[in-house]
Write a protein that binds this ligand. Structure first.
Ligand code: SAM
Length: 482
C-alpha cells in the first residue's frame, strides 16, 4: 500500500503507485489542458516572502515527462529555465570527487569496483596520500569535495572514512582549504551517520541506482548492498543521525527512465513528508564505460534529449533542490543541461584512487578509474568556459558553515534573500579563485564578469560590502561570506 509517510521502503516507493503513475502519465501525455494547468501551477510566483514555486507531485511531473506535444515540451524547457533563474540565478557551484579506496565487497554489475573484478588494482589511500591529494586539489582551486569509497568493512570501516575527513579539513596549504566535504559512501547505520555528522560533513550522498526492487536485487546480486530496503531507507537513518542535507540519485541506464523518475520524486516526497525537508541535491549519473563494464549491455540507456527533459522536469517538480551533473557528461551535453536547472558541476575530476597528486592537468591515470570521464578539461578550462557562457562559477560553501542546512537553507531559497547572499558569496569565492589559481586568460574574463555582476546584487548595503570584500581579497585577505 502506497504511503509517503511510511518508514518502509516498499510503502513509500510503492511499485503499484509507480505503475499507476506511468499509466496516468501515458493516458495524459497529449492532454494539452492538463499540461497547461501543471505548467501554470509550477510557475515561480512573487509572494510577500519573496519568490515561491509550488513544485509538482510525482504524478504531475510524470505527465510532463511523458508529454509528446512539441510546443508544450518547449514550454517545459522555458519554465525549467525560469525556475532555475529564480533560485539559482546564473551561479554554478563547483566541486571535485576524491576517491579514497576502491576496495569493495559488493557485486554491483555496472561498477568496476565489484568484488569479483580481479583485474583492477585495489588501492586505499594512506593519510599521507590523502593529504597529498588534498594539496593537489587545493592547488587547482577546489574548496568543496565529494569523497567516494567502495563498501568494505575491513578495508574502509567508518573509522577510516572519519580519519580521512579529519585529514582533509586539517590541510591548509597556501591560501587553500577544503571547506565542505560531502560524503558518498554505502548505506550505513544511524550511529555511523551520527559520527559523520559530528565529523562536519556537508551532504550525505547515496544513489539509489534503481528504484525497481526486482531489478535492484538482480543488479546487486550479493554483498550488503543487495538489501533493497536497507539501501532505500538509508536517508531516513541519515536524518535520524542528524544529517540535514542528503543527496539522492538514480543511475540512468539500468531501468526504464520513467519508472526511475517517478521513484526519485516519491523518495523526495517521502523525505519531505517525514522529515519536513526534501533532498538537498539530486544527481543524475548515466552508466559509463569502465574497466570491465560495457554500458551497452544495459538496455535502458537514454539519449541526450531524454536526459535534458528529465533534468527540466526534476527542476520543475522540486524547485529548491540542487541538481548535480558530473564529468560523466561531455562538454556539449553539459552545455545543454546547465540552463535547464543544473546548479552544481564537477570540474577537473579524477575518478581513480590517487588520481590528482603527481599528475599534470593532461595526465590521467586509468588503472583504478571508476568510470571513463567524458569532460576531461582542467578546472581552469571549465571555469573559463562557464564564464564565457554567462555563468558564475561559485566556490561557495557558506550556507553549511553558517548553519543554513536542511529547512533553513530551503527558507533562504524562498525568502528571495538568495540574490543578496548567494550571489555575493559566489562572486567573492570566484575572486579568490582568480587571485590564487586562474590562468591569466581566465582571470581576465573573470574580473570583467565580477565587475558586471556586482551590480546585480539588489540590496545596496550587501552590494557595497561585497565590493569592499572583493577589494580585500585582492589585497590578500580570504574567506569572507554572507
Ligand atoms: N560504494 C558506495 C555506494 O555503493 O553507494 C559509493 C558509491 S560509488 C563510489 C559512486 C556511484 O558511482 C555509484 O553509486 C554509482 O551510481 C556510480 N557508478 C558506478 N559504476 C558506474 C559506471 N560504470 N558509470 C557511471 N557511474 C557509475
Amino acid at each position: 500500500m502506497y504511503n509517503p509517510k511510511s518508514m518502509r521502503a516498499e510503502e513509500f516507493i510503492s511499485n503499484e503507485e509507480i505503475l499507476n503513475t506511468l499509466e496516468y502519465a501515458e493516458k495524459n501525455k497529449n492532454n494539452r489542458e492538463l499540461i497547461e494547468q501543471l505548467l501554470e501551477k509550477a510557475k515561480p510566483r512573487k509572494t510577500e516572502r519573496g519568490i515561491e514555486c509550488a513544485g509538482l507531485s510525482h504524478r504531475e511531473a510524470s505527465v510532463l515527462l511523458a508529454c509528446e506535444i512539441p510546443e508544450m515540451t518547449e514550454k517545459i524547457y522555458t519554465l525549467a529555465e525560469d525556475i532555475k533563474k529564480a533560485f539559482y540565478g546564473n551561479r554554478i557551484v563547483m566541486f571535485a570527487p576524491l576517491y579514497l579506496s576502491n576496495y569493495c565487497v559488493n557485486q554491483c554489475v555496472y561498477c568496476p569496483y565489484h568484488y569479483q573484478n580481479r583485474s583492477i588494482p585495489r588501492k586505499k589511500l594512506t593519510q599521507e596520500e590523502v593529504a597529498k591529494e588534498v594539496i593537489a586539489l587545493q592547488d587547482i582551486g577546489h574548496k568543496r569535495l565529494a569523497i567516494e569509497a567502495g563498501e568494505d568493512p575491513v578495508n574502509n570501516p567508518i573509522e577510516y572514512i572519519l580519519e580521512c575527513i579529519n585529514t582533509i579539513y586539517s590541510i591548509k596549504h597556501k591560501n587553500g582549504a577544503i571547506r565542505r566535504v560531502n560524503v558518498n559512501i554505502a548505506a550505513t547505520t544511524v550511529e555511523n551517520y551520527r559520527k559523520l555528522k559530528d565529523a562536519g560533513i556537508g551532504t550525505y550522498i547515496l544513489f539509489q541506482e534503481t528504484y525497481h526492487k526486482e531489478s535492484y536485487e538482480t543488479l546487486h546480486p550479493a554483498g550488503p548492498k543487495h538489501n533493497y530496503a536497507y539501501h532505500t531507507e538509508a536517508m531516513d537513518r541519515a536524518m535520524e543521525g542528524g544529517i540535514d542535507d542528503v543527496g539522492l540519485g538514480v543511475l540512468f541506464g539500468l531501468e526504464l527512465y520513467k519508472y526511475e523518475f517517478a521513484g526519485l520524486l516519491m523518495h523526495a516526497e517521502h523525505l519531505e513528508a517525514v522529515h519536513g525537508v526534501g533532498p538537498h541535491t539530486i544527481s543524475v549519473p548515466r552508466v559509463k564505460r569502465a574497466d570491465d563494464i560495457d554500458p551497452n549491455v544495459f538496455d535502458n540507456g537514454i539519449d541526450d534529449d531524454t536526459f535534458a527533459k528529465i533534468i527540466a522536469c526534476i527542476r520543475i517538480a522540486v524547485p529548491y533542490t540542487g541538481l548535480i551533473i558530473s564529468t560523466r557528461e561531455n562538454e556539449s551535453c553539459r552545455n545543454k543541461v546547465l540552463r535547464l536547472g543544473v546548479s552544481q558541476i564537477s570540474g577537473g575530476s579524477r575518478t581513480s584512487v590517487g588520481g590528482y597528486a603527481g599528475y599534470s592537468a593532461d595526465e590521467r591515470p586509468h588503472d583504478t578509474e571508476q568510470f571513463d570521464v567524458s569532460d576531461q578539461r582542467s578546472l581552469d578550462e571549465v571555469v573559463k568556459w562557464l564564464m564565457e557562457l554567462g555563468y558564475i562559477p561559485s566556490f561557495c560553501t557558506a550556507c553549511y558553515r553558517e548553519g543554513r542546512t536542511g529547512d533553513r537553507f530551503m527558507s533562504l531559497c524562498k525568502t528571495g534573500q538568495i540574490q543578496n547572499c548567494c550571489h555575493p558569496n559566489a562572486l567573492m569565492t570566484l575572486k579568490e579563485y582568480l587571485e590564487d589559481y586562474a590562468s591569466s586568460e581566465t582571470k581576465a574574463v573573470g574580473e570583467k564578469l565580477i565587475e558586471a555582476e556586482l551590480k546585480n546584487i539588489p540590496n545596496e548595503k550587501a552590494r557595497r560590502l561585497a565590493a569592499e570584500y572583493i577589494e580585500n581579497i585582492h589585497e590578500g585577505k580570504r574567506d569572507f561570506r554572507f
